[in-house]
Design a protein around this ligand. Structure first.
Ligand code: NDP
Length: 405
């Protein structure tokens, strides 16, 4: 645990609002000095707000005094374009080390983010992080095939680990990662950033509240055009649309429906005339059946113009998030129906957007600082891997695959 927080950061954060609150009632209970003129603090000729309008227990944020040190592993697109810039808004998290196979790039990045040059590591001396007291948390942003190895090594080095999605490339790997966290007595979280941003949180709340009635169906698409070369097009690096983008629909189905699927079916298209798809499918369509009878139908693709949405349909209404999985610009529509006339009112819910990565990283730092449970633990990544692998089995066999309830 390291570093006193800077005054500039205090300023940034107080405007964003903090969650940790203190009772300062005492300060406000002091008697107001009586004078013949206007009371102290009153604008001339204007009365003060009446005492009964004063909050009984005023809560104001406690200033953060500690920031945890983060090591960023893999300086690719996500790390450079989203994660490292997002630290600027963090209250509790600060980048203090980098792990990269390219020292020149790492040196430049370190200089820009005020990371000490002796905190640059590579994939061979990665385990030396164990001795680096500046580092509390390791964030794995590597190709999927490397997630398990670097997560387990990170945990063995005595650090807490945030691992990018998909958690691994097999169920066995995911199980080993969860076991390694238990053994090391360290936290393992999977980077499902949508659990930390207001639009998806509101969608979860609406579904849980029963506002949509009984949920009947879930529909989702998550697709984009992927240009070669890209880790997503390599089988060896754990690419393919199911793990990369399909997992968002799988995860969103869980957090809206609130159940685990008991049967899945998938079919895939792998065109022979497009060299991008020599090793992985271009598109996958899949269905999932849930114990209550909810049906989900989803698709994901690497050869289409960007489209990212989900829709939850219930007996009393439906909600639609479009875009649902992008970093910015999410939009949430709610349709509440009148079952008798079969009509529905459509409204857009306008919420204050937040940076997903800032929220996610500070959540994990808070979890570590307070020794709490995280919202998206390794076990959730493991549950998703079980579904991804069942879907892959279905593609291979052409048959539905049952999952344990
Ligand atoms: P990139 O290919 O842009 O970056 C991966 C980085 O991993 C490379 O830059 C490299 O860093 C390092 N690396 C180490 N070994 C290899 C190797 N053999 N081949 C390629 N790269 C290697 O990928 P992304 O940043 O787009 O994705 C990284 C991870 O983040 C993936 O797991 C992906 O699923 C996830 N992701 C999550 C998103 C989210 O919203 N949560 C969005 C995008 C991606 P260096 O040169 O420093 O060694």
């Amino acid at each position: 645990m390291s570093t006193l927080i800077s005054s500039r950061r205090h300023f940034l954060l107080s405007s964003a609002g903090l969650t940790c609150l203190a009772d300062v009632n005492q300060a406000f209970a002091a008697p107001v000095k009586q004078t013949k003129e206007a009371p102290e603090g009153a604008a001339s000729g204007v009365a003060l707000a009446p005492p009964q309008k004063q909050p009984e227990k005023l809560k104001i944020p406690v200033k953060a005094t500690k920031q945890l040190g983060w090591a960023i592993v893999g300086l690719g697109e996500l790390a450079l374009n989203e994660v490292l810039p997002a630290f600027a808004g963090c209250e509790l998290s600060k980048p203090v080390a980098l792990v990269s196979g390219h020292p020149d790039k790492a040196r430049k990045v370190a200089e820009y983010y005020d990371i000490e040059q002796d905190a640059i590591y590579n994939y061979d001396n990665y385990d030396k992080l164990a001795e680096d007291k500046r580092v509390d948390i390791i964030y794995i942003i590597l190709p999927n095939s490397m997630h398990a190895e670097y997560t387990i090594r990170g945990l063995k080095a005595g650090k807490h680990v945030l691992c990018e999605k998909p958690m691994s490339v097999s169920v066995e790997e995911a199980e080993k990662m969860v076991a390694a966290a238990k053994e090391a007595d360290k936290k393992l979280m999977v980077a499902y950033r949508l659990h930390y941003e207001p639009f998806n949180l509101r969608a979860m709340e609406i579904c849980r509240s029963g506002q949509l009635g009984k949920i009947r169906t879930f529909a989702s698409t998550n697709g984009q055009n992927v240009q070669a070369p890209n880790i997503r097009l390599s089988a060896k690096l754990g690419g393919g649309p199911l793990g990369d983008v399909g997992v968002y629909s799988i995860n969103a189905a869980r957090y809206t429906i609130g159940e685990e699927p008991v049967e899945v079916f998938a079919t895939a298209q792998q065109p022979k005339d497009d060299p991008r798809f020599r090793e992985v499918p271009e598109s996958v369509a899949f269905t999932m059946r849930y114990p209550s009878g909810v049906l989900a139908h989803c698709d994901c693709a690497f050869g289409m113009a960007e489209s990212r949405f989900y829709e939850v349909n219930g007996t009393k209404g439906s909600l639609r998030m479009q875009p649902a999985f992008s970093y910015r610009g999410l939009r949430l529509h709610l349709r509440e129906g009148d079952p008798k006339s079969n009509t529905a009112e459509d409204q857009e819910l306008l919420l204050q957007a937040k940076n997903h990565f800032t929220e996610e990283m500070d959540h994990f730092s808070r979890v570590v600082l307070n020794d709490e449970s995280c919202r998206t633990p390794g076990e959730m990544g493991l549950a998703d891997m079980r579904i991804v692998k069942a879907l892959e089995r279905s593609i291979e066999t052409g048959l539905p695959v049952k999952l344990e309830a």
